[in-house]
Design a protein around this ligand. Structure first.
Ligand SMILES: C[S@@+](CC[C@H](N)C(=O)[O-])C[C@H]1O[C@@H](n2cnc3c(N)ncnc32)[C@H](O)[C@@H]1O
Length: 213
């Protein structure tokens, strides 16, 4: 992926992001399915959530993409999985790959789920949400989790706005400074369990595991 820092940031590019993912969904899916895409962190999330739940884990993936590998592997391991994605094409692929999953085509800042989960994942999705709305997203994640439930996030590794290109489509990414993200997460009722800058290329990539207190 090629990236460059943008000076005139787009205040809210969620529609643009959704349309761009519709365009590239199949190529994105093929690439993702061939790799691990955060799976080692998902295994850590499952271990964390299991300390708080003895039965089948209920897991929500916010920005689940085409469902591979994460939702598919979780379903194969007996988890009850729900995915939300703003892109209709991604949802269509996720339903095909993970027929047992409940897949909702919706914006994570707007969807009303009316239920709670043992674990919530927002892997490589929140950096498409304007950072001015990250506090709201964290409050939503906390509301979707049972007390003691686990959260896995990835975030951009440094504050700023980036325009990147993937499979010929242009994408907007953004992030808060990591310490500002930590303050917001703790303010939303999360205790940080693991914090790792796992990729320093481009804008950097931060993996965060937390537990809802
Ligand atoms: C880079 S992909 C990651 C997909 C999946 N989490 C993975 O790791 O393979 C980002 C996904 O987040 C979705 N997304 C971005 N913003 C969203 C929002 N506000 N609400 C729901 N989905 C969103 C996109 O449609 C896209 O499928």
């Amino acid at each position: 992926m090629r990236t460059k820092v943008v000076e005139n940031r787009t205040p809210d590019s969620r529609d643009e992001v959704r349309i761009a993912y519709d365009r590239i969904a199949e190529r994105f899916d093929e690439t993702r399915a061939a790799g691990e895409s955060g799976w080692p962190f998902v295994e850590r999330l499952v271990a964390l959530a299991r300390t708080n739940c003895s039965g089948s884990l209920r897991v929500l993936d916010a920005g689940c993409g085409a469902g591979r590998p994460v939702l598919q592997r979780l379903a194969e391991r007996g988890c009850a999985v729900t995915g939300i994605d703003a892109s209709a094409k991604m949802c269509e692929l996720a339903r095909r790959h993970v027929p047992s999953a409940r897949i909702l085509c919706a914006d994570m800042l707007e969807v009303d789920l009316g239920e709670t989960f043992d674990a919530v994942i927002a892997w490589d999705s929140l950096f498409h949400v304007p950072r001015e709305r990250h506090a709201e997203a964290y409050a939503r994640f906390a509301g979707w989790l049972k007390p003691g439930g686990g959260l896995l996030l990835s975030l951009g590794g440094r504050e700023g706005d980036i325009r990147g290109e993937m499979f010929g489509a242009s994408f907007f990414y953004n992030a808060l400074a990591p310490e500002a993200a930590r303050v917001l997460l703790e303010g939303a009722g999360f205790a940080i369990a693991h914090w790792e800058l796992d990729d320093l290329t481009g804008g950097g990539h931060l993996a965060v595991l937390a537990r809802r207190t």
